[in-house]
Design a binder for this molecule. Structure first.
Ligand code: NAG
Ligand code: NAG
Length: 209
């Protein structure tokens, strides 16, 4: 009992502070949380959802949108791949559905507008925080530690500015807001028999309700 009491105290305190309930799910939306409000945009991009805009056959720019629920994502990999942070983040597109992955540039390469393209994507793992406070976002540590950023940039295919998703291994770029992408729990849909996607290796991840 002596050892239990402090634990219970911490749990109660964490519950009181927690702005959202932590749960788990195979499906999730990725929601931007600005970690340095002094670098936020006006209007704020807090709570904007990650989505994909078409830039060519099987190619998309990763952008944040206010008026969209965002794309439904899932983390794909075996337990061993998750443990080695070699799972990837997928979303299904098309009829019949096929998988598209989130691609982060390699360590040592400069930031650019990230892509959500046909294929597996680059290693990415949803990491839960200790305690039950909010769930931490994506962690591209399969490639190297860094920071997701929201950057107002022109998507060449349209010649129009979007709040694009980028990733810096070093300093956050000028004019960009450092963000975490937090998974909001969602139901991962069933797939039709002719699907090219598979949810067999969809990982149950910590997410918020
Ligand atoms: C999902 O993970 C499984 C297990 O590693 C793998 O066989 C499959 O190719 C992955 N799917 C994609 C689209 O990368
Ligand atoms: C992005 O930049 C363009 C051009 O400077 C500007 O018109 C637009 O308002 C900016 N968007 C945001 C959300 O700040």
């Amino acid at each position: 009992m002596r050892f239990l009491l402090p634990t219970l105290g911490i749990a109660a305190a964490a519950t009181a502070l927690s702005p959202a309930t932590t749960s788990s799910s195979k499906g999730f939306y990725l929601i931007a949380h600005v970690t340095d409000p002094s670098r936020d945009f006006s209007p704020s991009i807090e709570g904007w959802a990650l989505t994909a805009i078409h830039t060519g056959a099987g190619l998309n720019a990763a952008v944040l949108a206010s008026a969209s629920a965002g794309r439904l994502f899932y983390e794909n990999g075996t337990a061993a791949q998750v443990a080695a942070t070699q799972s990837t983040i997928l979303t299904d597109a098309g009829t019949p559905p096929f998988p598209m992955g989130l691609y982060v540039q390699g360590e040592g390469e400069p930031p650019k507008i990230l892509e959500i393209n046909v294929g597996a994507g680059t290693p990415n793992t949803i990491v839960g925080r200790e305690a039950d406070v909010l769930v931490n976002g994506l962690d591209a540590n399969g490639l190297g530690r860094g920071t997701y950023m929201a950057c107002n940039a022109t998507v060449p295919y349209y010649g129009v500015e979007y709040i694009t998703l980028q990733y810096a291994y070093g300093k956050v770029s000028d004019g960009c807001a450092p963000i975490e992408l937090r998974p909001r729990c969602a139901t991962l849909n069933d797939l039709p028999a002719d699907s090219l996607s598979s949810h067999e290796f969809a990982v149950v991840v910590p997410c918020y309700e």
